[in-house]
Design a protein around this ligand. Sequence first.
Ligand code: AMP
Ligand code: MG
Length: 330
Amino acid sequence: MKTTTNKGHLICLGIESTAHTFGAAVVSSKKEILSDVRDMYTSETGIIPVEAARHHEKLQRQMIQEAIQKSGQKKIDLVAFSQSPGLPPCLKVGMLAAKEIAKELNVPIIGVNHIVAHLISGHLFTQAKNPVYVFCSGANTQIIALEGGYFRIFGETLDSGLGNSLDKFGRGIGLGFPAGPKIEALAEKGKFIELPYVVKGMDLSFAGIVTSAVDKFKKGAKEEDLCFSMQETLFSMLTEVTERALAHTGKKEAVLIGGVAANKRLCAMLDVMCKQRGAKFFQVPLKYCGDQGVMIAYQGILEHLAGKQDSINKIDINPYQRVDEIKVFW
Ligand code: AMP
Ligand code: MG
């Protein structure tokens, strides 16, 4: 089994399977996206891990072949996959698929951390050099910056992620899933109602605010006013912590990553805050904010070029790895 490649121009197949999305993409070391194939498991009730894994299992082979074929490349040099963190049954499908195709192509395999790949996508898709990363997906909300060779988590949610909190509020007032875009639309007509504002040190807590807002709805408050107030309150909390992370680290850039980055009000708040302190605000394009194989392939290239070698026989999934455990060596 090959463990090294020629270090010139590299073509990498990236495989993503941490949660609802299975993705396969081919990316070059010149940052060219040669193909990007994805499919998302959906359900009425939320994600059921074994069902999502079944979805990935069913589609993986044809999606990987499609990604290779669409890339137009005769030769793939490396296979990268999401090794951590994620839902164990889903991670497993991606790893086994990666092993199978790496063996078939006789190329090295490399496991990468999915959150690291999201953060580094801030460099693949924007001009940010050394930013504070504002990572807001459904399940995660973390304000992160690179310090001393590690991604330090400066602040994070103490309960659910910002996206899931918005979704939970939306469910409570009957908006359906995902509620984020509907809340944004309704908020345009709303007026401010005071809600709890919960920043604890550098950490955030959303659960009590969701309960309070749903309670106010049951007592007759208007949905548009609640949507407006939820956005103003939750996004102000996030902006406050991001500003303090910028102040503490002395960094001059912030980059917003994750599905909630679709929200124009959140982007505007972060942009105004950055401008006021002479910092620059960046946003990963929406198309790449969610889960996909592109960021996995790119992260695989960076780690491979920096010398990391994984053994195809020994490598395993690592479902609970935190981003601040990883030494940034690339
Ligand atoms: P992700 O986990 O990164 O795929 O992001 C999904 C989350 O983003 C869900 O919780 C959505 O409700 C949320 N989201 C999507 N669009 C918007 C929006 N326009 N405003 C607020 N949240 C959004
Ligand atoms: Mg993700």
